[in-house]
Design a protein around this ligand. Structure first.
Ligand SMILES: O=C([O-])CC(=O)C(=O)O
Ligand SMILES: [Mg+2]
Length: 226
């Protein structure tokens, strides 16, 4: 990747990417531990969804939920695409990574479970405002192997998720290659790689804290919209 791009990306915070309309692409049910928790079979191929870029928030902003909705936290490794990526092979896929972030794939379960039952789109369950809290940008060089990083989440100080990306069903390279067969990935796009076991609901005034190896931690509060 051109060095000017690396320095440009390192100097910006992820939410800026939403201003230029970059995509947020999510992988669902990508952890063996979560599939076991939910008693579901491993997917045969990645399950992919899009999240609206207007859902980005950064540290200092709050996650907003309605008191009447069930909204789950999901801690995830975020992969930030560094260069245009179309129909790449799995063996070349990691070359297209520009960096990483820690992300929360906040999910409105009330809406998503209705959508699943009706075979309807997931957009509102995944892409509501404040549904994508992100950390600062993590340079690519800081993560030697994206398929072996620890990630954890505490809810009001209690540990709820404690996983490692080595538990993913489809590797980071596989996800990038798979998505790029259908959809061109572009610099600044964010790929959410799925969440390990322990996902669960938040309530107004809860505090979520999460971390990725010894690279970054972040904290978000949950506020009611009503
Ligand atoms: O919310 C879901 O149902 C699935 C999902 O994003 C994940 O496994 O990370
Ligand atoms: Mg997720």
């Amino acid at each position: 990747m051109a060095s000017h791009l690396v320095s440009r990306m390192a100097s910006v915070h992820l939410p800026n990417f939403s201003e230029v309309g970059r995509k947020i692409v999510g992988a669902a049910l990508n952890y063996k531990s979560l599939a076991k928790d939910l008693k579901v079979q491993h997917p045969q191929r990645p399950i992919i969804f899009l999240k609206a870029t207007s859902s980005y928030i950064k540290v200092g902003q709050d996650i907003e939920i309605s008191k009447s909705d069930i909204v789950n936290y999901e801690v995830e490794l975020g992969v930030i695409i560094g260069k245009k990526c179309k129909k790449v092979t799995e063996s070349n896929a990691l070359d297209y990574i520009g960096g990483y972030c820690l992300a929360l794939d906040m999910t409105n379960v009330s809406i998503l479970s209705e959508a699943r039952k009706a075979s309807a789109p997931w957009d509102l369950g995944k892409g509501f405002d404040t549904a994508c809290p992100v950390s600062k940008f993590i340079p690519k060089e800081d993560i030697k192997n994206p398929d072996d990083v620890k990630l954890w989440l505490k809810l009001n100080g209690d540990i709820k998720q404690n996983g490692n990306t080595n538990d993913m069903i489809f590797s980071t390279a596989h996800l990038i290659s798979f998505v790029s067969q259908f959809m061109t990935l572009e610099p600044g796009d964010l790929l959410l790689t799925g969440s390990p076991s322990g996902v669960g609901p938040v309530r107004p005034n809860d505090v979520l804290e999460c971390g990725l190896d010894d690279l970054v931690t972040m904290k978000f509060s949950v506020k009611p919209t009503d």
